[in-house]
Design a protein around this ligand. Structure first.
Ligand SMILES: [Mn+2]
Length: 287
């Protein structure tokens, strides 16, 4: 699909405004209504066939009470011979989707977004994924590349940190580590953020979206603190598509064929086993 610089910039700016001024948003948290349904996903990392399956299968137009949560869309495997990577395309399509279905499409800030915002190198196979992303934008937009990159950065900065469902489910990209949970600043979900919140290792936003390997006990503490029954995150790769990390934490991955997404009803409550029974595999979706 062709996309000019003006079109891309307009989509990222409009989607960013929709993120910021959503009536469902308070601070960094989106609270979903107590009816309808939500489809939670794991990291997508520019997995285009899964993204397309998800969008077509969700059919948001025909299902106005269906919400879709997207995160970690960028930094995939579509490299050209010069090492440029164009996951801006999937991010742009998601931004367009937000513009069309602003009350139904919701994002979560992820660590790759923060890396891209800061231009900080996450290395993958000896390449900086941020440099590869920038090279893709430059290749496709030429001298308008810088303007597109500014629009992308500003869009990423509007992404909320959490989605709260009235049925006790709480979605975020990841969880702080076992070492960080005791002193974790839970006020980030309800307030405006400042530069210090994003600071490497010590900032609470950084800790939330970069944290790995939280134990079930840490997940339980986190869930109690945010008054949730079960936390659903992505971030940690899952070969089998998901991981049950105790009774209060479910981890999803959506970036390969065995990956999964989680459709749930907002007017029903779930325990871990009923939640797991609802998981759907991308490989089983034929659209
Ligand atoms: Mn991640």
């Amino acid at each position: 699909m062709d996309c000019g610089a003006d079109q891309a910039i307009e989509a990222f700016e409009t989607a960013g405004e929709e993120n910021k001024f959503s009536s469902l948003r308070h601070g960094q948290t989106i609270t979903l209504p107590p009816e309808g349904e939500v489809w939670m996903t794991g990291d997508l990392h520019d997995h285009r066939s899964n993204f397309n399956k998800l969008i077509r299968h969700a059919d948001l137009q025909a299902h106005p009470q269906r919400h879709l949560v997207l995160h970690e869309l960028i930094h995939g495997d579509h490299f050209d011979a010069n090492g440029a990577e164009d996951s801006w395309r999937t991010l742009w399509q998601a931004a367009e989707l937000k513009c069309s279905f602003s009350n139904q499409v919701h994002f979560l800030l992820a660590n790759h977004d923060l890396a891209q915002i800061h231009g900080e190198g996450i290395m993958k196979g000896g390449l900086s994924v941020c440099e590869a992303f920038n090279a893709g934008v430059k290749r496709d937009f030429g001298d308008r590349g810088d303007a597109v990159n500014v629009a992308i950065t500003e869009f990423l900065l509007t992404l909320p940190l959490a989605i709260r469902c009235p049925n006790g489910l709480f979605f975020c990209h990841s969880l702080p580590t076992d070492a960080q949970i005791e002193n974790f600043d839970f006020t980030i979900f309800d307030r405006a953020l400042a530069g210090a919140d994003y600071q490497r290792r010590v900032g609470p936003v950084y800790q939330l979206i970069w944290g790995r390997n939280a134990s079930p006990a840490t997940a339980e503490k986190f869930a109690d603190k945010v008054a949730a029954k079960i936390i659903v995150t992505g971030h940690q790769p899952q070969e089998t598509g998901f991981c049950v990390n105790g009774e209060r934490h479910l981890i999803l991955a959506s970036d390969h064929a065995q990956g999964v997404f989680l459709p749930v009803q907002l007017d029903q409550t779930y325990d871990m086993s009923t939640l797991v029974s609802r998981l759907q595999r991308f490989v089983a979706i034929d659209v």
